[in-house]
Design a protein. Structure first.
Length: 368
C-alpha cells in the first residue's frame, strides 16, 4: 500500500484544520448544548448572529432549537471575558468568571469613575436586582433599569448596562429565558443550579486545552487575547497541557491543536471545496488575535470596516475568507446576497452554487 504524503502546511490547510476543529467541516455536533460546550465560549454580542453560529454547527437545527436551549438553561449568555457577551455551558460560567472578572472590572475602573459607579453603588444595585428576581422570577432589562432608578441608581449614559454587566460578572445575575428578541434577567443561583469549582491554575489549564482543541491550530497569544488571561499564566498552563496537544510550526510560529485534528494531516484535511456562509462575529474569524491565516490583510477592512469592532458576515471557501454577504428584504422574504472580494470575477461557478445552497440552509434555519 502506498503511503499518502502529508500535505505541506499553508494558510489554506491551517484554515481548513480550524474548520474541522470548530465543527464547521465534517459531521458537526448532535445538539446545541454539545456545540456550545465544545466551543467553550462563542461570541454572542449580536444575538441573531450567535444563534446562526450555533445552528451552522448543528446540522438540521432551526433557530427555535437554539432559543429553546437558552430557555431551558442548557446554554447561557453572559460576559465571561473581554467585556463581551458569549454563549457557554452553564456549569462553566462561575469558575471562568472567578478567573476573569476581577481583571475585567479593574480594566473598566476609569469608565466606572466617569459613570460615578462606586463599590457601594454596585452593592446597592445587587440588592435591588436580587429583590426583583429572587425566587425564580425574571425581569426584562427595562424592568431592571426601572428598579434601579426607583432605588436611586441612575441608568443614563450607559450606567445601567455597566451595572448589569458588573452584576453578571460577579455571578449575581445572568441572562435567562428569551422574551421575543431579548433575554430576561434572572438570579444566577436560581438559574444555574450546578456550577463546577476549579482553582485558578487548573482552570486556566483546562480553558486553554479546550480552546486549543476547539479552535486549533492556534497560538498561546491567540488564547491570551481571546480569554483576557495574562500571557505569563497562559504559558504556565501550556507547559501543563502541551503533552495532550500537537505542535506544528508555520512561518516560524508555533501553533497548537488536538491530536485528532492533527491526524487529518495524514488522513486527509477536509473542506478543500467547502463554502460556508458564516454569521458576523463567528469564532472562525473573531476567535484569534491574528486573523491573517484565514483573512488576507488587504481585505480585513471589508470584514471589520474601519476596525470598528463590528464583524460582518463572511463567505469562507476552502478555509479562506473570500467575501462577505448580506441579507436584503424583498417583500415578505429575504435574499442572501454575496459580496466577494474579487469585484471583477466574483465567485467561481462552483463556489457560487455552493454559496446558494448555504443561503438556502440559512433560510431554512430561520424558517423563511
Amino acid at each position: 500500500m502506498t503511503a499518502t504524503a502529508r500535505p505541506r502546511l499553508s494558510r489554506a490547510i491551517l484554515g481548513r484544520l480550524r474548520l474541522a476543529s470548530q465543527g464547521l467541516a465534517g459531521s458537526g455536533f448532535r445538539s446545541v448544548a454539545e456545540a456550545v460546550r465544545w466551543m467553550t465560549a462563542m461570541q454572542a454580542q449580536d444575538l441573531g448572529a450567535a444563534l446562526w453560529a450555533v445552528g451552522i454547527r448543528v446540522p438540521g437545527s432551526r433557530v427555535g432549537d437554539v432559543r429553546s436551549a437558552l430557555n431551558r438553561g442548557e446554554i447561557v449568555r453572559s460576559w465571561p471575558m473581554r467585556g463581551t457577551l458569549h454563549l457557554m455551558a452553564p456549569e462553566d460560567l462561575k469558575w471562568m468568571l472567578a478567573i476573569t472578572s476581577d481583571r475585567l472590572i479593574r480594566g473598566l475602573a476609569g469608565r466606572h469613575r466617569e459613570l460615578d459607579i462606586s463599590a457601594a453603588d454596585v452593592d446597592a444595585a445587587a440588592g435591588t436586582a436580587l429583590q426583583l428576581v429572587s425566587g425564580g422570577a425574571a425581569a426584562s432589562r427595562a424592568e431592571l433599569f426601572q428598579a434601579f432608578e426607583r432605588a436611586g441608581q441612575s441608568t443614563a449614559g450607559q450606567r445601567g448596562i455597566h451595572l448589569l454587566g458588573i452584576l453578571c460578572q460577579r455571578a449575581w445575575l445572568v441572562q435567562g429565558p428569551m422574551a421575543g428578541n431579548q433575554q430576561l434577567v434572572v438570579a444566577f443561583d436560581d438559574w444555574i443550579t450546578e456550577s463546577r469549582t476549579v482553582d485558578r491554575a487548573a482552570g486556566i489549564a483546562e480553558w486553554l486545552l479546550r480552546y486549543l482543541r476547539s479552535h486549533g491550530p492556534a497560538t498561546e497569544r491567540d488564547f491570551a487575547w481571546w480569554s483576557g488571561i495574562p500571557l505569563t499564566e497562559v504559558r504556565a498552563a501550556l507547559a501543563d497541557v502541551k503533552d495532550q496537544l500537537v505542535e506544528v510550526a508555520f512561518e516560524g510560529i508555533s501553533y497548537w491543536l488536538s491530536p485528532e485534528t492533527a491526524a487529518l494531516l495524514d488522513e486527509g484535511v477536509p473542506a478543500a471545496r467547502l463554502v460556508l456562509a458564516l454569521p458576523g462575529f463567528d469564532e472562525f474569524v473573531l476567535g484569534y488575535t491574528d486573523r491573517s491565516l484565514v483573512l488576507p490583510p488587504e481585505h480585513a477592512d471589508r470584514v471589520v470596516p474601519g476596525g470598528n469592532g463590528v464583524f460582518r458576515k463572511t463567505i469562507v471557501a476552502g478555509g479562506q475568507i473570500v467575501g462577505t454577504w448580506d441579507v436584503t428584504r424583498n417583500g415578505g422574504g429575504a435574499a442572501v446576497v454575496p459580496r466577494p472580494f474579487d469585484d471583477v470575477n466574483g465567485l467561481r461557478p462552483a463556489a457560487q452554487k455552493s454559496f446558494e445552497l448555504q443561503a438556502a440552509k440559512y433560510r431554512r434555519f430561520l424558517g423563511t
